[in-house]
Design a protein around this ligand. Structure first.
Ligand code: RTP
Ligand code: MG
Length: 150
């Protein structure tokens, strides 16, 4: 077990559908610690950088167009094994293959509009956080999360 910081974003489709609270609730209720959060429409530059790993894919232009299409909610989330934990909570990329109980398995139908993004490794988490947050926009605060209350 290791304490990690991950990057999560409610995508524009979920924002439009009024699912911000639902998705943030799942993260809070799991016991993860929210340390950064914003409401913004990603710029073209942010969208391109966010999905730079996919720039050679045929869906890249649509992906960047979608992620920059309207308000989204980027977040920084901390907790034990937070990176893989949140990936498990959001489910498979294609909602048709996502397990019930996951965000995508419960709330999404379309691979291009799958409600939520989460970083998939420590290096991508740090990189993605820096696209959307300055260091002083991430909170440090005490919580009894070394114990059992969460
Ligand atoms: P994300 O980065 O958004 O958290 O999604 P992911 O890791 O589960 O999937 P990834 O492979 O990183 O793909 C990024 C997003 O691109 C769209 N996509 N479309 N049409 C396609 O075959 C296809 N494949 C991927 C999805 O919206 C996916 O979330
Ligand atoms: Mg990805």
């Amino acid at each position: 077990m290791s304490r990690e910081r991950t990057f999560v974003m409610v995508k524009p489709d979920a924002f439009q559908r009024g699912l911000v609270g639902e998705i943030v609730s799942r993260i809070e209720e799991r016991g993860l610690k929210l340390v950064g959060m914003k409401l913004l429409t990603p710029s073209r530059e942010q969208g391109e950088e966010h999905y730079a790993e996919h720039e050679d894919e045929p869906f890249y232009d649509d992906l960047v167009g979608f992620i920059t299409s309207g308000p989204a909610v980027p977040m920084v989330v901390e907790g034990e094994n937070a990176i893989s934990l949140v990936r498990d909570m959001i489910g498979a990329t294609d909602p048709a293959e996502a397990e019930p109980g996951t965000v995508r398995g419960d709330l999404a139908l379309d691979i291009g509009r799958n409600c939520v993004h989460a970083a998939d490794a420590p290096d991508t988490a740090e990189r993605e956080i820096s696209i959307y947050f300055d260091a002083d926009e991430i909170e440090t605060y005490e919580r009894n999360d070394e114990g059992w209350v969460y």
